[in-house]
Write a protein that binds this ligand. Sequence first.
Ligand code: GLV
Length: 329
Amino acid sequence: MNILVTGNLPAAVLSLLQQEHTVEFHAENRPMERSRLMEMVGDKEGLLCMITDRIDDDLLRHAPRLQAIANMAVGYDNIDVEAASRKGIPVSNTPGVLTDATADLAFALILAVARRLVEGDHMTREGGFRFWAPMYFLGHEVSRKTLGIIGLGRIGKAVARRARGFDMKVFYHTRTKLSPEQEKELGATYCDMDILLSRADFVSLHVPLTPDTHHLVGARELAMMRTSAYLINTSRGPVVDEKALLAALEKGTIAGAGLDVYEQEPDLTPGFKNLDNVVLLPHIGSATVETRTRMALKAVENLLAGLRGDRPPDCLNWENVHAGAAGKA
Ligand code: GLV
């Protein structure tokens, strides 16, 4: 069968596809242009795509032969899964393998923003470090502070586990509350979102982007946070109203933010880059050699299964695909 891979994968992983199928791939470290994607997907049975590819109804109309879509990411807000289901195409993602890398990055942002790591690095490089002094370049302590986790899936839980090593008090807010035993094991206590926002020294976001979570944190929520609190976002940019966040940071109604994701990636809302109290990263939550290799492998396994007509291990819409097919029959 014919497969399109829209990003640069490790050669050893790509060869697993090439052993069984004819593969065309985009070997550049930049997203594929939409027009090119539209053109190339036309004669393909398999698509291994990235979060930078918008897989919508329009694209699917250009891909009449498509039998399986594998997204190389855990988030799949770039794909219209319902439209794929209507066309009987199984869609998969790569959960589990990027949990630790993303939780590590959330913690790195917590430490970086609270201890002013990036600001300190810039100043030191520029020759600004002249002396040690008792009140010089003070940040804020992370140990024993309160962490509020919004969204307690795999990554949120992994962040909670890391917080234990810092003796932090952990509150979480999520759709499905844990049992008392699970809460005890994780060392995290459920609370309402507004209460969490008003109590936390660090608020870390770990929800998927859906219509319900779009602008989950806006002006109202930011106003509930403490003036000494930091917002950390390693989930998806549009979960936060970026203009409201910029205003809160400029006015000092919160202390700072650590961001890995943006509303209009890769563009930044003008203003962020002038602030010292934000750490800005280029969407690298899962960007380690080990994790990206595991993600690529998982996407390949999912795609190969889908093309065989088997249920991909991480299929998001298997029941709906089959409901659609039954409806057509
Ligand atoms: C990356 O952002 C992912 O969803 O895997």
